[in-house]
Design a protein around this ligand. Structure first.
Ligand code: PMP
Length: 443
């Protein structure tokens, strides 16, 4: 193991097979102490992480193309995040904002008000997880409109709590055997240009027809959508789709909630993916990349909507924990000072070039899509275009065994996704991509 006082070399190094002997021992302890439902992808255990590299218990160094599912976007152990956390831990770790408030919470709320494309004035409430932010966004939308129904889209992912499972589309593994689900949740068709072949307008006509005929604006409190659908397969809706949906919501007194938990915080080359679409959501949920790895989430919305919830109606013991807020301020400063929006575009250029070259050699790479450092490709049967989930898992498993943290996603399980830290070097990124495309070529 490298000492924390020396920088972790930003290179891949395998000194054992995965799992190595120490990891194998920990895996058997995990099996005995942790339920099978909490499954881990990597066959090893982390001891240290820095920038774009994770070091394991056996001294292997892995290239991180997942950022802990889009969380450590500023790089693992980013210096401003670490410094902010250390300073705050020495002052105090908790008072509960609902009991004795502190400045860090207010500062994060002010910053989110500035950064999110929600039309001002805004208010921001802080929570712990993405799912908790989504739950609270739904609560404020219901309080504001006095209505109850909520519409979510095909391929949506919004979390694993009872309400957010209902909003999430895919059954296995997220919902299977866990019902009954929350009521007054409706699903409508979205826009998946590679598979539905519809323009933004055509897909919006279909969705609006379902909203009007199957739910009715008079009953509908909110429409929630990820501007790029993450777990569903990094699906970028056809141009114009989101503009039509947000306009329909505005015309019908329905709150439009953009779930930017995965797409937010510089990941796509803008602070928020809504900006690429030219939309101004009424409410935005954020989490993941917001605090460099500390658990924090937020709901930022129009002041009139957010203030509709009565005093005491929103909160929770840990929401906006001071250490997590200090981390968020460090992460935001890092994105601003180090121009990480630009870095996301750099990653997009390198990865797109690599993947397009690989696609020319291999027709099993279907659509390559995404924005900034949120990119993916579908693995398909070249003859029929049918999703190939078995090949996708085999390729991802081979890349992981070769020391690259590789994630998959997609309703059909056939999407390999890239979520590297925005600070990853060109060399490390190219090497990680080569490991994945070589693994595909070898299968
Ligand atoms: N919404 C989206 C778009 C997400 O990607 C996720 C997490 N993958 C969530 C909500 C849930 O976040 P959490 O796991 O922090 O509850």
């Amino acid at each position: 193991m490298t000492s924390a006082s020396t920088p972790l070399p930003q290179s891949r190094r395998l000194v054992t097979d995965l799992p190595g002997p120490k990891a194998a021992e920990l895996l058997s302890r995990q099996k005995a102490a942790v339920p099978a439902g909490v499954a881990s992808l990597m066959q090893t255990f982390a001891v240290r992480a820095e920038g774009g590299v994770v070091e394991d218990v056996d001294g292997n160094r892995l290239i991180d193309l997942g950022s802990g599912i889009a969380v450590t976007s500023v790089g693992a152990s980013a210096p401003r995040v670490v410094a902010g956390v250390q300073e705050q831990v020495e002052q105090f770790t908790h008072t509960c904002f609902m009991v004795t408030p502190y400045e860090g919470y207010v500062a994060v709320a002010e910053k989110l008000g500035e950064l999110t494309p929600v039309p001002g004035p805004t208010r921001t409430a802080l929570f712990n997880s993405g799912a908790e932010a989504v739950e609270n966004a739904v609560k404020v939308a219901r309080a504001f409109t006095g209505k109850q129904a909520v519409a979510a889209f095909d391929h949506a992912y919004h979390g694993r709590t009872t309400l957010t499972m209902a909003l999430t589309s895919k059954s296995m593994p997220y919902k299977h055997s866990f019902g009954p689900f929350a009521s007054e949740i409706y699903r409508v068709s979205g826009s998946y240009p590679y598979r539905d072949g519809l323009s933004g307008d055509q897909a919006a006509d279909r969705a609006i027809d379902q909203l009007e005929k199957q739910i009715g604006a008079a009953s509908l409190a909110a429409v929630i959508m990820e501007p790029i659908q993450g777990e569903g397969g990094f699906i970028v809706p056809a141009p114009g789709f989101l503009q039509r949906i947000t306009q329909w919501c505005r015309d019908n007194d329905v709150v439009f909630i953009a779930d930017e938990i995965q797409t937010g915080f510089a990941r796509t080359g803008q602070w928020f993916a809504s900006e690429h679409e030219g939309i101004q959501p009424d409410v935005i949920t954020t989490a993941k990349g917001i605090a460099g790895g500390m658990p924090l989430s937020a709901v930022t919305g129009r002041a009139d909507i957010m203030d509709a919830a009565h005093p005491g109606g929103l909160g929770g013991t840990y929401g906006g924990n001071p250490v997590a807020c200090a981390a968020a301020l460090g992460a935001i400063e890092t994105i601003e000072q180090d121009d990480l929006l630009q870095e996301a575009s750099r990653i997009e250029a390198i990865a797109m070039e690599h993947l397009r070259a690989a696609q020319k050699q291999d027709a099993r790479i279907g659509e390559i899509r995404g924005r900034g450092a949120m990119l993916a490709f579908e693995v398909v049967d070249p003859g029929t275009g049918e999703p190939d989930a078995a090949l996708t898992s085999a390729v991802a498993a081979a890349a992981r065994s070769a020391g690259v943290i590789t994630l998959t996603c997609g309703t059909y399980g056939n999407v390999i996704r890239l979520l590297p830290p925005l600070t990853i070097s060109d060399e490390l990124l190219r090497e990680g991509l080569s490991v994945i495309t070589d693994a595909l070529a070898a299968h």
